[in-house]
Design a binder for this molecule. Structure first.
Ligand SMILES: Nc1ncnc2c1ncn2[C@@H]1O[C@H](COP(=O)(O)OP(=O)(O)OP(=O)(O)O)[C@@H](O)[C@H]1O
Ligand SMILES: [Mg+2]
Length: 258
C-alpha cells in the first residue's frame, strides 16, 4: 500500500532504438509540489506522456492514489483525476474558449437537444467563472482559439487543467510562452493549488521559478532520473551539476548521483 499520491517503479519508454526513459523510480507525496528539471531531450515530457495515457510505457508500474493504473488514453487519466497541460498544447483551434475548457467533457457538452441554448449559456458562465478564478484575462471568450496568442492559449489550457478540482495537476513548461505578468499569474495559480492541498508536477527550465515554487526538485538526465532534492536542502549549483553531470570542478561525474 503506497502512501504516495503517485509512484512509478521502473517506468521505461523506448521508441524503437531511442531509450527516452529508463527505469524511472519516482514518488509524489500528497499535497506535494515538485518540479522536474533537465536538459532538452532528458525524457521529462516522455515521463508525463507515459503517466497520463498519451503513450503506453515499454515497462514499469504506475500507482496513482493507491491503485496500480495503466491508462490507455488521456481521457482515462482525466477520469481518474489527473489534469495535464501538455507541452504541445492540445487545444482545438476551431472551437471557442468555453468549448475548449469543456473539451474532453463531452458528456456535458454535446447531445443536449432542445435545451442546448440553456446549457450553452451555463457552460459559458462556468467557463467565465473558471477564467476569473484563475485570474486569466481573455479578451473574447466567444472567440475561437485560432485567433489567440501563444500565451493566451496557454492560459486557457491552464484554466482547463486547474479549474475542475483534480487530484493531481501536471504542467509541462506552463510558462515557457508567457510574458512576465502572465507568468506571475500562473505562479499564483500554482501557489493557490498548494493552499488547497492539490499536488502539482511542474516541468520547467527556469530554476528561479522552480526554487520559488516547489517543495522538491527531480532531476532527469539522458533518459534517467539522477536524483531528487528538497528545495530547502539544496541550492541551484547542485541542481545544475545534477542536470549537466558536471561537478563544480568541471569534471565529468560517474554514476554517483544515481
Ligand atoms: N515519439 C517519439 N519518437 C522517437 N523519439 C522520441 C519521441 N518522443 C520523444 N523522443 C525522444 O526521446 C527523448 C526525450 O524526449 P522528451 O520530449 O521526453 O524530452 P524533454 O526532456 O521533454 O525535453 P524538452 O526540455 O526539450 O521538452 C528525445 O531524445 C526525443 O528525441
Ligand atoms: Mg519536454
Amino acid at each position: 500500500m503506497s502512501d504516495y499520491i503517485l509512484e512509478t517503479k521502473g517506468l521505461t519508454k523506448h521508441y524503437g532504438g531511442v531509450h527516452a526513459l529508463n527505469d524511472a523510480d519516482f514518488f509524489l507525496e500528497p499535497g506535494e509540489h515538485i518540479a522536474i528539471v533537465g536538459d532538452n531531450g532528458a525524457g521529462k515530457s516522455t515521463f508525463v506522456r507515459n503517466i497520463t495515457g498519451v503513450e503506453i510505457p515499454t515497462a514499469g508500474d504506475i500507482i496513482f492514489d493507491g491503485q496500480p493504473v495503466q491508462f490507455k488514453a488521456p481521457m482515462d487519466a482525466r477520469s481518474a483525476g489527473i489534469e495535464t497541460v501538455y507541452q504541445n498544447l492540445a487545444l482545438a483551434d476551431h472551437l471557442n474558449v468555453t468549448a475548449n475548457i469543456y473539451l474532453g467533457r463531452e458528456d456535458i457538452a454535446v447531445n443536449l437537444g432542445p435545451l442546448s441554448w440553456l446549457k450553452k449559456g451555463s457552460m459559458r458562465a462556468k467557463a467565465a467563472e473558471l477564467l476569473e478564478n484563475t485570474g486569466v484575462k481573455i479578451p473574447d471568450i466567444d472567440g475561437t482559439m485560432a485567433g489567440m496568442s501563444g500565451g493566451q492559449r496557454q492560459c486557457v489550457a491552464i484554466t482547463r487543467a486547474t479549474g475542475w478540482g483534480a487530484k493531481l495537476i501536471i504542467l509541462d513548461e506552463p510558462t515557457a510562452a508567457l510574458g512576465i505578468q502572465e507568468t506571475t499569474r500562473v505562479e499564483g495559480i500554482v501557489r493557490g493549488l498548494k493552499e488547497k492541498g492539490t499536488p502539482v508536477i511542474i516541468i520547467s527550465h527556469n530554476l528561479r521559478q522552480v526554487f520559488n515554487l516547489v517543495d522538491r526538485i527531480w532531476v532527469f538526465r539522458q533518459g534517467r532520473i539522477v536524483g531528487n532534492r528538497l528545495v530547502k536542502d539544496t541550492e541551484p549549483n547542485e541542481i545544475v551539476a545534477m542536470i549537466t553531470g558536471v561537478d563544480n570542478q568541471g569534471v565529468h561525474e560517474n554514476a554517483s548521483y544515481i
